[in-house]
Design a protein around this ligand. Structure first.
Ligand SMILES: Cc1cc2nc3c(=O)[nH]c(=O)nc-3n(C[C@H](O)[C@H](O)[C@H](O)COP(=O)(O)OP(=O)(O)OC[C@H]3O[C@@H](n4cnc5c(N)ncnc54)[C@H](O)[C@@H]3O)c2cc1C
Length: 366
């Protein structure tokens, strides 16, 4: 006799949304998570009364009404609006590239003046770009490329922009309005009290085992439930039988500072090549914190090797082809459903993960 309807492997957002829906429908769930906490990559650690985004800054944004209503019904969001700035050798520019950026760069005041300047600047690149540098200059001109793209991109990829292929940058949005709001989505915000408020509500009513690697004892956990929802790495599930999928990673350095307000904004991108990190996050600004101290995190790009935290899938042809082999095998399972960013080897924003888990719930729980 199985004890649970569902055994959920991993306690990230995908599992959480599915578990919540399942419990609402009277199903029983066991959650096994190898970390020592729930929430996957949206988990926050409380330091000095500040919710620190332990696995990188997470800003919830969506245009999906159902997803927005779902999250807000459990954890109402504040009015945080992401307006990051760029620091290039001490010069400060607004992002995304908009009239404020153009005004600071060139002194232009009207959209027509800015468009004319950009047209001039774009002429510096050949019509058919042969590398990322030429592509970026074709899209936004030399000044923006030199000050706001070049160093940042080179740090991210660990290579010179002239040695990177042009297809990496397909589009670089420019806005001819004085609008520093980074996202175009209809809604954005941070759950009041932090993401852990949402996480705790999502997993309420489930049995949870933390610090457990499902793959080390899978026949036991399989025997406990009718269906397994697996949100770990898909290649690990199949013991890397076709080879290992690749990821990009990040390294975080977090410090507590004896001051109230370090940088005046949550996100600052460092766009020169010399500064070794790409961003500094000051976490209290996500929730308008008034604490006496502040906590900042420096983000360093890192090559991924086996055993490191797999943050971003590398969606190039080689890895996609490998993933398709695993996905085909996964499609033949009748008791295991794969979901989430590792289970589907896909970069998913939070709203897309939530939508995908809601769609699965609609399909299998009705
Ligand atoms: C650096 C970074 C910044 C991001 N910023 C944003 C943002 O600003 N806005 C946004 O919308 N999205 C952002 N995202 C995306 C967001 O993190 C994801 O959409 C979301 O966390 C995915 O949830 P998930 O459940 O699929 O995966 P995860 O959160 O990774 O959860 C999977 C869980 O499974 C566990 N697990 C894996 N294998 C096993 C095993 N064998 N046994 C037991 N447990 C296992 C893992 O430990 C993990 O806890 C960001 C992602 C990253 C990497």
């Amino acid at each position: 006799m199985k004890k649970y309807d569902y055994v959920l492997v991993g306690a990230g957002l995908f599992s959480g949304v599915f578990a919540y829906q399942a419990v609402q429908k009277g199903r029983t769930c066991l959650v096994v998570e190898k970390r020592d906490h729930l929430g996957g990559n949206i988990y926050c650690e409380n330091i000095e009364g500040i919710n620190v985004h332990k696995y990188g800054a997470h800003i919830f944004h969506t245009s999906d009404q159902r997803v927005w209503d779902f999250v807000n019904s459990l954890a109402p969001c504040n009015r945080y609006t992401n307006s990051p700035i760029a620091n290039y050798k001490g010069e400060i520019y607004n992002m995304p590239f908009n009239m404020n950026t153009f005004n600071k760069l060139w002194g232009v005041r009207t959209p027509a003046e800015a468009e004319e300047m950009l047209t001039q600047q774009r002429k510096d690149a050949p019509e058919t770009p042969s590398n990322l540098e030429e592509q970026a200059i074709r899209l936004v001109g030399r000044d923006i490329y030199e000050k706001l793209i070049k160093g940042y991109t080179e740090k991210q990829w660990g290579r010179d922009c002239r040695d990177l292929p042009s297809f990496i940058i397909k589009r670089l949005p420019v806005r001819f309005t004085y609008d520093n709001n980074y996202f175009n989505d209809r809604y954005q915000g941070i759950p009041e009290g932090g993401y852990n408020v949402l996480i705790d509500k999502l997993f309420a009513g489930c049995d949870v085992e933390l610090g457990v690697d499902y793959l080390k004892n899978r026949s036991y956990y399989d025997s406990l439930g009718d269906t397994v929802i697996y949100t770990g790495m898909i290649d690990a599930f199949y013991e890397y039988c076709f080879g290992r999928l690749e990821y990009r990673s990040l390294r975080f350095e977090t410090e507590v500072l004896e001051e109230k307000n370090y940088q005046g904004v949550a996100v600052v991108n460092y766009t020169d090549r010399e500064t070794p990190y790409t961003r500094i996050i000051e976490h209290k600004h996500f929730e308008y914190g008034t604490q006496e101290k502040t906590v900042i995190t420096k983000e360093y790009p890192a090559d991924w090797t086996y055993g490191m935290e797999p943050y971003y899938p590398v969606n190039d042809e080689k890895n996609q082809a490998l993933y398709r082999q695993y996905a085909e095998k996964a499609g033949q399972e009748d008791r295991v459903i794969f979901g989430g960013r590792l289970g589907e080897y896909k970069y998913y924003d939070m709203d897309k993960v939530i939508a995908s888990a809601l769609a699965l719930s609609d399909r299998v729980l009705s």
